[in-house]
Design a protein around this ligand. Structure first.
Ligand SMILES: [Ca+2]
Length: 500
């Protein structure tokens, strides 16, 4: 191993001394690497290390990661759908600062610093692998700031869309499909830096996105093990189409069958074929839907285990901060479980915005703890910059995650449904729940009859948001409404008016 990467949990000071002595760039060598694993639409109840997890959830590799770091029970994302949540975490700024709706099509304003751009300026090697989703105006485009190579990443392999076929990644299928580039319904070669790369099936074996992305991530680790790096790995698992899982994972579930891939000669337009499987939960039993989800999650968890083993093998574990979280809560379309929370993706009920979250710091002496501290995905940028010794931009909305954090206020807005929410201490104001959606599966508490109106909950006593206290505690309601009003005025007056 090169001296500049020599690290040890047991003797960090001694190691630092020798690395300073042996290597002229030792100060930079001491900076940690960052591996940010973002998954898609995973339920709050689906990480088995949580005490509250569903009985059938089984994520041994994520549990192992959690046992090295801190597992957070009250971690939030800044939006209940993919694009704005991703824009929030990668900038450390609430996306409402440039998109007053804070909605599906938030974009990424040209020139806004991202975790990648800041780390790159400070000598880090940077790569993004997987899903890149900042809304409709950025779909399938490489000429916008939202494309990873334009906001700080040296390398990219993945897709710029809301969803993508997990299996069909060849030029041939793209050429034979009348509509290969939809919003969610897209297929064909992946974007690779300034071009494209296809992944062809070999006989009956089809490449599978979760595995393609893991392999790419491991290749990146091998190539960059001697440099400080940022690797953002955005799996599209466990987003619909949830049934798309390699057969060997499906086999574990009795009575579950693989569904044939899309075939342009038989199935017509891809969007039509895709649409019938978004609503697969309406055609099969709740158990089958759940089993497809679990099979998809099994594959994801196993891949994360392979990735962690590669970190160990390359002796990078002791110098790499790993963050794991889901971009929003479990969706009504994927079979996830958000219990004991109510609601889902598309809503500002807790099930839409409170997510599985692990922060594993190098050599954390408190590894394995479960924390009920309230944190936000907006804290990822400042936490990483702080760990790297890089000065924080003054206008971040998040802050470094430290222990014993004081109470803080968090805000949400979902313009499409005129919804907003505030969390302050144990209290939560919820104004309009969110978007009506498809029939939810068993692990999603349906709140469709409560989408309108203003409610107040005490989350400490009632995390499932079942008891509205707005009439009992009008003074608390008023205080949270005022907080939201102040926040709205503040972001409106300071809003980033940058070209998208
Ligand atoms: Ca998502």
């Amino acid at each position: 191993m090169e001296p500049n990467r020599m690290k040890s949990c047991l003797y960090p000071a001694i190691t630092l001394f020798f690395s300073l002595f042996l290597h002229p760039n030792a100060w930079s060598a001491d900076r940690p690497n960052f591996l940010i694993i973002v998954v898609d639409d995973m339920g709050y109840g689906d990480l088995s290390k949580y005490q509250h997890s569903a009985q059938d959830a089984n994520t041994p590799n994520l549990d192992k990661l959690a046992s090295r770091g801190t597992l957070y029970t009250q971690a939030y994302v800044s939006a209940a759908v993919c694009s704005p949540s991703r824009a929030g975490w990668i900038t450390g700024r609430h996306q409402a600062r440039w998109d007053p709706k804070s909605g599906f099509n938030c974009g990424l304003p040209k020139g806004i610093p991202t975790l990648a751009s800041i780390l790159k300026e400070n000598g880090y090697k940077t790569a993004k692998i997987g899903k890149n989703d900042f809304g409709n105006k950025t779909l399938h485009r490489q000429d916008v700031y939202a494309y990873p190579l334009n906001h700080g990443y040296d390398e990219f392999l993945g897709f710029s869309a809301h969803g993508f076929d997990y299996f069909l990644l060849s030029k041939d299928i793209q050429n034979r499909t009348p509509d290969p580039k939809g919003h969610s319904a897209a297929l064909g070669p992946l974007m690779r830096n300034r071009g494209y790369e296809e992944f062809k099936p070999e006989g009956d074996h089809y490449p599978y996105l979760t595995e393609v992305f893991t392999k790419e991530a491991i290749d990146f680790l091998h190539e960059n093990k001697n440099d400080p790096f940022l690797l953002t790995l955005s799996y599209n698992s466990v987003h619909h189409l949830i049934h798309q899982v390699p057969p060997r994972y499906i086999k574990k579930y009795k009575g579950l069958q693989p569904i044939p891939h899309y075939d342009p000669d038989k199935d017509g337009k891809y969007a039509q074929w895709f649409k019938q499987f978004i609503t697969i939960g309406e055609k099969i039993s709740a158990k089958q839907m759940r089993d497809y989800y679990l099979a998809n999650l099994d594959c994801l968890d196993e891949n994360i285990g392979v990735l962690m083993a590669a970190l160990d093998e390359l002796k990078l574990t002791d110098n790499t901060m790993v963050v794991f979280f889901s971009d929003n809560g479990g969706a009504p379309t994927n079979g996830a479980t958000n219990l004991p929370l109510a609601g889902s993706k598309f809503t500002l009920w807790e099930g839409g915005i409170r997510v599985p979250f692990i922060l594993s710091r190098p050599c954390d002496p408190h590894g394995g703890q479960v924390s009920d501290q309230v944190i936000s995905s907006l804290d990822i940028v400042p936490t990483c910059l702080d760990a790297a010794g890089i000065r924080l931009p003054a206008d971040l909305d998040g802050k470094p995650i430290v222990k014993s954090e004081e109470s803080r206020n968090l805000f949400w807005r979902f313009g499409e449904t005129n919804s907003h929410a505030v969390r302050s201490g144990d209290w939560k104001l919820l104004h309009n729940g969110g978007r009506k959606n498809r029939q939810p599966t068993e692990g999603i508490v349906n709140r469709e009859n409560l989408l309108k109106g203003t409610r107040l909950f005490n989350l400490k006593n009632d995390p499932g948001e079942s008891k509205d206290l707005s009439k009992d505690r009008p003074e608390v309601l008023k205080r949270l409404q005022e907080l939201y009003g102040q926040w709205s005025s503040e972001i409106a007056s300071q809003s980033l008016n940058l070209e998208k």
